[in-house]
Ligand binder design. Structure first.
Ligand code: IPM
Ligand code: MN
Length: 364
């Protein structure tokens, strides 16, 4: 029987309670599909600061190194907001993990299911059947990590400097991930850049065009990022796979998330290509939601779908991964709604965190 080692980093806020449901669903999938996991629970984020003195404790990093995948909850909360930015849970844990494991490919699906179009802030008439976008965000380059990075005095004046730099090889590898993804979907890829202003974007666009020659079956288009931001609210259905650099991807995926209706539905995978599968960190897009933490009302679906992405990309347990996606669609179609999804429509079955987990397990 295949056994996968998973580092479980539930973190703060709603992290632990939604993680509990994802692990229950995982238990059910293991029984049904005949594989096993070895799980190591570790502190991260605010929990890391409180228990071990820093957001990414050494023992947590060691457990991640020993694992096949990292299943991540969420980090941060008001308790730690007064710390220096570098030490805060979000930056102190996530950015070092991304860099340490070279998690350069961030897959963020933005799916608005047809049953949930009412929950989207976009007019229903513009998205009558929902939509399904995959944003491929480059995650270890660009302004986040570029050098020099500096805040201080220079020539008698205070300056702040970030550097937007990409190597050709970095663009090539993210391009391949995006083209592969597009090949597995509708064959349409939109590359988002700012080539009318930025040198890094001119290079980005040239590399995308070069790699496109390897994928004659994929139709590549380019869009400036300001236009893309606008098109996402005007007509999100026009996109299938998007690929973009780190900072643009950060901004566009938050926008994509909200047009989907609820942050509670969106998973993500941050991947680094290995020999025959991906090492990855899998986390919901939504954050720690401290305002509703501990109440048992948070939507666990993003965490459950993130676990499903882990089964797909790291474990290669495709049948189990498909099962997760199918089960989530089934419970939504059956009317199960946590508070973030509820619109008061007839037939809705209001559930809390555990109730949603129960409903999903029942369909497996
Ligand atoms: C994200 C987050 C992170 C980012 C922060 C917490 C460092 O906003 O994953 O999108 O900017 O990448
Ligand atoms: Mn972000």
């Amino acid at each position: 029987m295949n056994t996968y080692k998973i580092a479980v980093l539930a973190g703060d806020g709603i992290g632990p309670e939604v993680m509990e449901q994802a692990l229950r669903v995982l238990d059910a999938l293991e029984k049904k599909h005949g594989f096993a996991t070895e799980r190591t629970a570790c502190y991260v984020g605010g929990a890391g600061i409180d228990n071990c003195g820093k957001a990414l404790p050494d023992e947590t990093l060691a457990a991640c190194e020993a694992a096949d995948a990292i299943l991540f909850g969420s980090v941060g909360g008001p308790k730690w907001d007064t710390l220096p930015p570098d030490e805060r849970p979000e930056r102190g844990a996530l950015l070092p993990l991304r860099k340490h494991f070279s998690l350069y490919a961030n897959l963020r699906p933005g799916i608005c299911l047809p049953e949930l179009v009412e929950a989207s802030p976009i007019k229903t008439s513009l998205i009558p059947h929902g939509f399904d976008i995959l944003c491929v965000r480059e995650l270890t380059g660009g302004m986040y990590f570029g050098e020099p990075k500096f805040y201080g005095e220079r020539d008698g004046e205070i300056v702040g400097i970030d550097t937007l730099v990409y190597k050709k090889s970095e663009v090539e590898r993210i391009a391949r991930v995006a083209f592969e993804a597009a090949r597995g979907r509708s064959g349409k890829l939109c590359s988002v850049d700012k080539a009318n202003v930025l040198a890094s974007s001119v290079m980005w666009r040239e590399v995308m065009n070069t790699i496109a020659a390897e994928y004659p079956d994929v139709e590549l288009t380019h869009m400036y990022v300001d236009n893309a931001a606008m098109q996402l609210v005007r007509n999100p259905g026009q996109f299938d796979v998007m690929v973009t650099e780190n900072t643009f991807g950060d901004i566009l995926t938050d926008e994509m998330a909200i047009v989907c209706g609820s942050l509670g539905m969106l998973p993500s995978a941050s991947l680094c290509e290995g020999a025959d599968s991906f090492f990855g960190l899998y986390e919901p897009s939504g954050g720690s939601a401290p305002d509703i933490a501990g109440k048992g009302i948070a939507n666990p679906i993003a965490q459950i779908l993130s676990m499903g992405m882990m089964l797909r990309y790291t474990c290669r347990e495709t049948a189990a991964a498909d099962d997760v996606d199918r089960a989530v669609r089934a419970v939504i179609a059956a009317g199960y709604r946590t508070g973030d999804l509820a619109t008061g429509a007839k037939g809705e079955i209001r559930v809390g965190t555990a109730g949603m987990g129960d409903a999903i397990i029942a369909t497996l």
